[in-house]
Design a protein around this ligand. Structure first.
Ligand code: DQA
Length: 139
């Protein structure tokens, strides 16, 4: 079982940025715990602040991996190009958000990506990623 987690812009600053919204754990720290919980699962991780690099990663692994968990950050709300990439690949994609985007500004309420995704998980803190990964394990 091969699962790819993709984090988009500003998520390299988890644990540092807006801690009251995103918490004080770095993603690397969280990933270590997640990998320890599921040692039999190959959980790959990629982060980029660049839209085209996220698209390239989706193309690279989107025909061979079993599942993709993506937090596209603010590109969630703007990127037709990432939505098209998700629609173009075979691997199912789950959109996740750390914060409950529906409790926040109106511009965060719409996702360009959701219609191309298997499902959306938002508002469970870092655990949103675990819930996404577990969906692929339980299928
Ligand atoms: C986010 C929510 C987005 O609106 C925001 O731009 C982010 C993080 C989240 O995980 O809650 O960068 O995707």
């Amino acid at each position: 079982m091969k699962i790819q987690i993709i984090n988009g812009p500003n998520l390299n600053l988890l644990g540092v940025r807006e801690k009251s919204i995103y918490g004080d754990t770095s993603f690397e720290g969280y990933l270590e715990q997640l990998r320890a919980r599921y040692p039999a699962v190959d959980i790959a991780y990629y982060q980029s602040n660049v839209e085209g690099e996220i698209i390239n990663k989706l193309h690279e692994i989107g025909f061979s991996y079993d599942g993709i968990v993506i937090n596209a950050g603010a590109y969630t709300h703007t990127s037709i190009a990432i939505a098209d990439a998700i629609a173009a690949i075979n691997t199912p994609v789950i959109e996740v958000h750390i914060s409950n985007v529906y409790k926040r500004e109106d511009f965060r309420h719409h996702s360009m990506l959701a219609a191309s995704c298997k499902g959306v998980i938002a508002g469970f803190g870092m655990d949103s990623y675990r819930l996404g990964v577990e969906n692929f394990l339980n299928k």
